[in-house]
Design a protein around this ligand. Structure first.
Ligand SMILES: NC(=O)c1ccc[n+]([C@@H]2O[C@H](COP(=O)([O-])OP(=O)(O)OC[C@H]3O[C@@H](n4cnc5c(N)ncnc54)[C@H](O)[C@@H]3O)[C@@H](O)[C@H]2O)c1
Length: 259
């Protein structure tokens, strides 16, 4: 029986934000096709649960690091134990994220710093920390940055988040140019409205949920697996000629202006 092509190369993958929501879905999707995973998240208990599930249900090596991605030294220090546990690491996903609405000030200093540090700065410094391993793992190494539809359009309630998500696409394109010649592909994914703990406050009210669903041509909110399967594809040799793309996975929201 031939190996599942979505599991190629068989190298390990680091997933920041892997303890919850979309990141947890990505860990599961990778484990399903036999790729070892490292769950990097500040929620160490949640990360341990996801890793145990990958190990128990799919028999892959799974490693946990409790790490705050805004701490550069902690990111750098997480690499060696991860490689010791998984073997060669040929994939990195930056999915750790927070969102905070700007209710009073248009630009609130604390929110701006925290959101930019978690999404954009941490993406850059996670790549910086893991790059020697991606290079060493050789052909087929790949990075995926989790952006958003707010990486493509503006949203007035969340200026810092919108700026950070646009930045993730910009950094992805720069890295694709820089690292492509070395065989390391870098792509971004732009999810729409995905049912996770992050979106929960926005859909707690039934009317708000119905209104949101009505704006999605596919007529439903997304689930983590909808995003995870695309990320898994972008990490696999099946997407060998994709580099520098911002892949929209939103049920048709941005294509239709969210009407
Ligand atoms: N849910 C959506 O509708 C949606 C839409 C577009 C983009 N996204 C993006 O997808 C990614 C995952 O979001 P989600 O919806 O799964 O949210 P989530 O809240 O379920 O998961 C986010 C994870 O990031 C971790 N995290 C946050 N700050 C961290 C830090 N400083 N260090 C380490 N870990 C940290 C959290 O502990 C959590 O496990 C985020 O980048 C988010 O912006 C989500």
């Amino acid at each position: 029986m031939s190996a599942n092509p979505l599991g190629t190369p068989g190298t390990g993958v680091i997933v920041t934000g892997g303890a919850s929501g979309i990141g947890a879905g990505i860990c599961t999707a990778l484990a399903e096709v036999g790729r070892p995973v490292a769950v990097w998240d500040r929620d160490a208990d949640g990360a341990a649960r996801v890793a145990a599930q990958c190990r128990d249900d799919h028999g892959v090596a799974a490693h946990v690091v409790g790490v705050d991605v805004t701490d550069d030294d902690a990111l750098a220090g997480a690499v060696a134990p991860t490689v010791a546990a998984l073997g060669p690491v040929g994939g990195l996903v930056h999915g750790a994220g927070i969102v905070a609405a700007a209710l009073d000030d248009v630009i609130d200093v604390g929110t701006w710093d925290a959101v930019l540090a978690t999404h954009l700065r941490a993406y850059a410094f996670a790549v910086r920390a893991v790059l020697p391993e991606l290079r060493a793992a050789g052909a087929g190494s790949a990075v995926v940055g989790i952006s958003s539809i707010e990486g493509l359009v503006g949203h007035g309630a969340i200026p810092s988040y919108t700026a950070a998500k646009h930045g993730i696409i910009g950094l992805t394109r720069s890295l694709a140019h820089r690292l492509g010649p070395e065989g390391v592909r870098v792509n971004a994914v732009c999810p729409g409205y995905i049912e996770t703990p992050m979106l929960a406050p926005a859909i707690a009210n039934a009317d708000a949920r119905t209104h949101l669903e009505a704006s999605i041509p596919l007529g439903r909110l997304g689930v983590p697996g909808d995003i995870a399967r695309v990320v898994r594809f972008l990490l696999s040799d099946e997407s060998s000629y994709m580099n520098g793309a911002a892949v929209v996975v939103d049920g048709g929201v941005t294509a239709t202006g969210g009407q």
